[in-house]
Design a protein around this ligand. Sequence first.
Ligand SMILES: Nc1ncnc2c1ncn2[C@@H]1O[C@H](COP(=O)(O)OP(=O)(O)OP(=O)(O)O)[C@@H](O)[C@H]1O
Ligand SMILES: [Mg+2]
Length: 479
Amino acid sequence: MKFNVLIVDDEKNIRQGLGKALEMDGHNIFLAEDGQEALDIIHEEEVDLVIADLRMPRLSGEELLRRVVDQWPTIPVIILTGHGTIETAVQAMRDGAYDFLTKPVNLDRLSLLVRRALSSRELVMQHRQMQEELDKQRRFTNIIGKSSAMHRIFDVVRQVAPTKASVLITGESGVGKELVADALHNLSDRKDKPFIKVHCAALSESLLESELFGHEKGAFTGAVARKRGRFELSHMGSIFLDEIGEISQSVQIKILRVLQDKKFERVGGEETLEVDTRIISATNKDLKAEIEKGTFREDLFYRLNVVNIDIPPLRERKEDIPLLVSAFIKEFAQENNKPVEAIDHKARALMYNYSWPGNVRELRNSIESAVVMCKGTVITPDDLPPSIAQDSESNDIRISVGSTLAEAEREMIRSTLNAHNGNKSRTAEVLGIGRKTLHRKIADYHLDDGRRAPAAAGEASAADDGAANDTAAAGDAEG
Ligand SMILES: Nc1ncnc2c1ncn2[C@@H]1O[C@H](COP(=O)(O)OP(=O)(O)OP(=O)(O)O)[C@@H](O)[C@H]1O
Ligand SMILES: [Mg+2]
């Protein structure tokens, strides 16, 4: 990605010197000699980063900073200060500057800082692009996905939704079967009529029967009044029979009759009722195997399965993961009122490589917890649930040259603890030390703060800069 960097300084030599240095790093450079000219440029161009001197004619750096933070809060601003004016630099940081550099500017430091600032900017931009893609999709349904498998599903949904064909949705738990059912109803001309959902596994056989077909007063003990069933309630609309693989033989026969003749009786009733309803069902069972075993009627299967929509597990359509991650970050950041905007490269890679046995539901829950744990604006591996972070971390400990023995030991203990979900007996055993020794070291290294300890790499970069969380994240993102 090529970025536009705006350099604002009233001293021509500095302006041009910095511009040349950053141009060599591959950035597009804009130069302005005061705050006013800088604002004009920001209005006209897509500026990604501002580097500004403080004391300038017409509009000062302080004022420029305030306006940028106010109107373009995602553009980072790096402030240049003369020597001996550290207070003004600190004030600028309070006002929202990304960081500051003292003059004369050390060009290596400048280039590093710019890289960092832009890499978090890049994360935010990527996140934005995803959001735009998502907004486009949302016009269709709430189902998110860009894999070819999901595109095929979108096509089938669009095609069969307006028809009355029965649809059987299959797939592992958490793949989004209910969302597809919602889409089928919402994209049909029945969308303004009732959409009734029945969770077949949650009810006993007799309760399910009266739930589906209703009952007459006195049909059984407790039937104090006539009750209309879900089929009746779904008249002119659609009914969703979730976990259809769980229903008993006797209920299967009655559902078959509704499918064939649209007819049924309430429990304990004589009157035959007729419904016009669209039947959508779902299961994570292999119904063909159930038919073999004799627990599911073959004739019912063929009636339900006029159209089959099989949703593949998430591990078989990993291209969908980044889009889902972005959508859930946005959802949970809003819900929890947190400024989380993106996820760093390492955490993203962990999400991508994980096998997701619980499919999209598990991914969604993980992002919810990561957003809640996140301290800055960017999710890092430390924010992820241990099961995901551990996946790739467990066999691999990174200790950089230049670490002290104590730092290395701390990192060994931290990683081993994380890999064993904080289980201390197991950790002591693996490390070949006694439990007491482990407890002492945990206390000495402050590893016992109730949550996963931050990784050494992240700490080092945060300590280096004395800067905020997102800088550390950006440091990670480069690696
Ligand atoms: N493609 C997707 N886009 C957005 N959200 C999704 C997607 N797939 C699933 N989800 C979300 O994941 C969660 C689980 O989805 P859903 O309830 O539809 O799964 P399911 O296949 O019916 O699972 P189960 O078999 O356990 O009932 C829901 O919160 C749902 O909104
Ligand atoms: Mg479901």
